[in-house]
Ligand binder design. Sequence first.
Ligand code: HEM
Length: 335
Amino acid sequence: MEVQASTSASAPAPTPAPLVVNAEYYKEIERARRYLRALISSKNCAPMMLRLAFHDAGTYDALTKTGGPNGSIRNPQELNHSANRGLETAVDLCEKVKRKHPCITYADLYQLAGVVAVEVTGGPTIHFVPGRQIRPSRKFTLLLLNFVAGADHLRSVFNRMGLEDKDIVALSGGHTLGGAHKQVSGFDGKWTEEPWKFDNSYFKELLKSSTKFPTPSNPPTGYSQQKPSSSAAGEDSTGRRLFIFSTDQALIKDPKFLEYVMLYEQDEEAFFRDYAASHKKLSELGFVPPTWTSRVITAVKNSSTMAKTAAGVAFATTAIAITFYYRQRSQRKEE
Ligand code: HEM
């Protein structure tokens, strides 16, 4: 189900000045990336950062070209919706990064956090292009995923964003991280045995558990009123519950989805390749980076390589000079 909501009171929010991705902005992104790596590792918050990035981007409507990764999830009306419950902590943590790197837009920041979350948990490298504007759209379509629904619902939500079957299955693999929490979705459990490790185990569990674990069946409102029975879950080796939702199960019930599930279960590299491509697509919904952005990135990368090369040459020259000096000295002593 989708909900239309207005983001603010009567007056339209002022349009922010256009963002220019110059060398300084790109360097700031790289600094923020390093900070995020440390923050996400120390706070163990990769799953919620990935969910934050997904929920900020997931408001995109390909038809009206509104929503998308624009940082709007931090607006109280959107953040306080039950579909986004639990994400306040992720927004607050990102605020620490924003304070250190204020020139970075929230839109870039949340997507960068998602990319770093996948990277630090051992997942694929996702190519990140900066430059997302904050778009103060007065209307947005909430990402409302009904997790007791099936394949049709999944397709209608993801197709609305302009994403296809392959994207749906690959991105669902994001559930290899983290789990569900009583206070968020009303359910407690996780999809995989190692929820801090990004790998293809979600697909392995999905195929293994399809017959073992029944799924919740009472329809939720947002995520809030879902009270799955304990029979909805199986137990892992540590006694913590593994579960699958109907939307996960839809991936093995639908023959087209199943093809991808079987591929990713067998071939982790194929999963990583497709996941990285779909995640990039998700993080750039409605965002077309100007062509000169890639030139800025290449120029900054080249200049840092040149700086390293120059430092290397200086080091080598010094080393040669010292060696030469000592050789000369010992020759003089021998004479
Ligand atoms: C396909 C439809 C999807 C449905 C129905 C769905 C639903 C849910 C639900 C109900 C939770 C549990 C929230 C909680 O109780 O804390 C959750 C967690 C999560 N979701 Fe999804 N999700 C979907 C797709 C995705 C996608 C595409 C991604 C990322 C690419 C994603 C990433 C996550 C992560 C990482 C968590 C764990 C969060 C944590 O542990 O704090 N989900 N999802």
